[in-house]
Design a protein around this ligand. Sequence first.
Ligand code: IFM
Length: 440
Amino acid sequence: MTDFPSDFTWGVSTSAYQIEGAPAAGGKGESIWDRFAHRPGNVADGSTGDVATDHYHRFPEDVALLAELGVQAYRFSVSWPRLLPEGRGRVAAKGLEFYDRLLDLLVANGVRPWLCLYHWDLPQALQDRGGWTARDTAYYFADYAELVAERLGDRVDTFLMLNEPNVHALLGHLAGQHAPGLSGLSDYLAAVHHQNLAVAAGVERLREMGAWRLGTVVNLQPIEAASDSEDDRAAAALADAAYNRASLDPLFSGAYPAALAPLMEAVVRGDDLQALRRPLDLLGVNHYTVQTVAAGEGPIGLRVVEPPPGSEVTAMGWRVAPEALTRQLLELKERYGNPPVVVTENGAAYPDPPPVRGRVDDRPRVDYLRRYLQATAEAIAQGCDVRGYFVWTLVDNFEWAEGFTQRFGIVHLDRETLRRTPKESFRFYQRVVAGGRLPD
Ligand code: IFM
């Protein structure tokens, strides 16, 4: 048996665009993902988040699943354009009502709401003004955070600022694979910096308003060089700076990592760097895999190397390497002085079989979760201040550019009927949560 600390927080994570559907209900405004997913060729199976898991209408069923699972916390995101259709100014009362009802139900079921303010679905109206390439977006974000805190904050346990600004900047503003589909180096650099400003401005605003626990969320993964050559090692250092450090170094030490700093000069102004340094109550770490990079073409001169044939990978093609999570958590401890950390996402996509007599046999996911939980426990044993673990995700949902081709849920979704069926991994996680330990 592997025990976790008795005050460890067990949870599950989701995000608004991936589950809610109802893209225009209650006067919701268009988001950049509404626009991007509808453009042919952007999503693998041509799907969109128009229906998603229909959580907007079925949230009572999803909260009942959370209660059955027994988790103490639920991390979800609020859709900015559902509350502020134009991104600022006019508030959509129906949008607030939806989150009001969700929060009430969570609290009534003893599930603590962990509210993430932004998970990639920027109001299109703000994109039309430059989105994250515009500095003003950071300050509109702080105004939006204030609105959420004022109107919904009385039931919120923990506020998280942005989800994975590093991935949002890289895939959405450099690789063009995610909304808003940009691919210029200057767009990328601006998106990195302005999201960092948004985190700082959001934290500052909420600190003035109340005593919530405040954090933000990044996706971290160790980066390995494809070879020992100087070029590959330099490419790995740059990838590490862009992926793992561009959102965190400014927050913890008020500076950009050396490999990126000269490029960032184009967007940093005056005393920005001092403003970015903010104490947080916790850092959310999303972790899935490890990556290998080599020197290559492209705007920042590197390429991602696919895992060699025969590697153990998930359906996303991501290497299964639980020891990399331990390594990642230890690295955070060394780099930033052991901040309080919560694993806010971890999980895996596999081609699950369909339900048979109400059961879904997803043993590979159970195996993945077991090994990654063990890796989390190992990091704790080595002194990392890890305070919680959240599975990604509750119900199979819209996996961005992969659409519905990838299933990450511990609950199976029938896309025709929208029926939810808990998988074996749900039962496994239920046991982990109930006992606070990893069963043999
Ligand atoms: O589905 C995503 C989530 O939105 C952000 N983190 C990674 C998950 C799996 O790709």
